[in-house]
Write a protein that binds this ligand. Sequence first.
Ligand SMILES: [Zn+2]
Length: 212
Amino acid sequence: MKERKEEEKKWKVSGNLCLDFINTLEWRNDEQKKIEWLPDFLALIQWSEYCKIIDNKYAQKIIKKALREPQVAERTYHKAIELRELLYNIFSSFALSGKVYPQDLENFNQLLTDSLAKVGRIVPIVGGFAWSFDLRNNSLEFFLSPIIKSAVDLLLSPEIRRVKQCANNACGWLFIDKSRNKSRRWCSMEDCGNRAKAKRHYLSKKNNSVRG
Ligand SMILES: [Zn+2]
């Protein structure tokens, strides 16, 4: 149980839902070290519950439905992973080059029509309007819509210019740099920041001992 809590802590590092989703592939750019945090549909549901996309009651309901319809669950799982990789391509590419591949954006727009508009509705709230996701919707894909919505919000927000990819290329994690002078380089100091520091320390010692 303790181990699980430790793992869960890592599920939220970027400060944004769709980036957290993208970051569920750890060491994305290192074939040897790569760790898939969402190996199956159940893990996907647990992650969604952890990130408060769905509540426990809904998670239980959706797990039961998945057991009854394993093929649909499998398909939904693959669709989710496809979405994650598409989002990575879009945000990573923009973070690194300020551009995205037109085909990636086209695919995202297609998902937008297929998914978001089906379960999302505009509802009045005090002083304005908000998106509402219909929990009664029985589709197993329901929980993907808030992720897509989060991606839309980020793409349209000035914060898009603060999306960065961790300076440790093997890591590949994305985050929003909220520092005043846009100086953040690492996904987190505890992870890549410290590792880079330790590596520098180690290399300088090694060089010293070689010289000495
Ligand atoms: Zn990192």
